[in-house]
Design a protein around this ligand. Sequence first.
Ligand code: ARG
Length: 617
Amino acid sequence: MSNEGSFESEAGSFAEALSAWLGKRLAAAFPDCPDAAAAGRTVASARRGFGDYQCSGAMQLSRPLHLPPRKVAEAALAGAELPPFVEKAEIAGAGFINFTIRDAALAERAAAAAANGALAGLPRPGAGKTVIVDYSSPNVAKSMHIGHIRSTVIGGSLVEIFRALGYHVVGDNHIGDWGTQFGIIIKGWREFVDRDAIARDPVPELERIYKESYARAKADPAWMEACRLETVKLQQGDPENRALWQDFIRMSRHTFDEIYERLGISFETTRGESWYQPQLAAMVERLEKAGLAHESRGAVVVDLRDFDPAAAEQSRKAVESALAKGDAESAAREDGKWICIVRKEDGGFNYNTTDLATMETRAKEYDPAKIVIVTDDRQIPHFQQLFAISAKLGLAPASTELVHVAFGTITDENGHPFSTRKGGMPKLKELLDEAASRALAVVREKNPDLPEAEAAALAEKIGIGAVKYSDLAMDPITTIKFSWDAVLSLQGNSGPYLQYAHARIRSLLARYAEAFPGEDWRAALPSVADPLERSLARRILAFGDTVAAAGAKCRPNLLADFLFALAQDYSAFYQALPVLKAEDPAVRAGRARLCDAVSQVLRRGLALLGIQAPDRM
Ligand code: ARG
């Protein structure tokens, strides 16, 4: 039987308690069967009408025990005293064991899970632990395009999720603020900067300067040499070049900060690549001393095949056979997979060296349980190399979990890389502006009386919610075909749909207070009498495990899926069962309490995705 659709795992839940209880019963009934205890595994029933929780272990045990499954199930339950929270246990179909939870127990747990803004139900696997999240990390003198939004939005959500799970979180914006590109920009700046353009909007002008200077360097060796000399001067601390470089960083960071502010993102620290420069020479020496790096054609490299004789043998064969076929390109590519340059021919250090130093510093300074780095999937080989070298050299202790969260690139609507010639990828700011303006049209239509400023603020929340959610709803590794309609969608499985679900419940509860001023639904327990109510309550119980799974797997989309399912459960409940119009005041209050619990979980869940949930929309 598949557990698809059942979100609740076995931690701290009814499912866990039932698994343990049933495992013990099975082990006692079949003491000679080693698999008996594990066969007690019980999960939330995927379909209605099969109790609340279900175990299919009797079927698994039938073969080793040479017994029909129903007999196995009967033996497990015979004469059993059920756990206090269980109403009944039934054997159904071929031999399923279905448990129904007592109403009061289910209602109390659901209320508890939603308490304290739905934080009360979350496990705390991160208590006493630190996690570093390296995310966003754009490059100085370049615009953030919608490709960067993925790192920023996914990383931003992981930060919230880890924090809710009890981790001490250090969000680190590892900006690209060092490298040979700065000599190219400095040379171009000196020759043809447009000061008015810089005053208006500096980053696009810096980009133009870079592109033009780079084109000239390619065409003109003298220009190339001049650029190289500017880089050397910068590296040697020439005051003028350093001042220029610092200006570029300041201007770029100002532009990034505007985006971060709009997205509600903030970092604990922003240490660019330049921060680690003083450590790089020593890092290469250390690699050489450890026998991990050697000179090769003027450069210093680590050959990862040195770590793994089997891989080395296989790779050597691949190189040989490519060369035998005269395919030098494949041979070089095979080599490239294993070779990590840590000092270039010209003596300069690079991205690899910087990341090794970054790893060492982070491990020493924070003693983190986890380091999570969020970039696009083109960097998978880079981080495989980095983690392997780091383990070999002991830069981070083996107990530190190193995670590269790789996300798919964004392509145009036809699945092709965005072409700069046709205007390139939409700029992030343009995207957010468009999202807010589409949302504003809807807000105006729904609330014509809302004052201008409030409408605009609301539209910003909805627009940003749409953009973020369209990204987070997908497994990070999927490639996204960009489409305005998908990113800006306000319906279906979208951020605004969830925001509306939340706001609708808040306004329902406001109307409740007006209509029945003497009644206090807060004193009631959530109503769980109807199967639709039970589904909602059980879904709420699964929130904690869902957040834990999203954190452990670094996949906010698990949480997005959960929230969408919760909103759908809610809408099925709301369409079928009256709340304000329920005649019995006790039922009315119980349903209101259940609605409130749903809204708490929706609100917290959206917050963990970095999305705001306004009370009114
Ligand atoms: N600046 C890099 C880029 O835009 C991302 C840096 C990611 N972090 C790291 N430690 N390498 O591709």
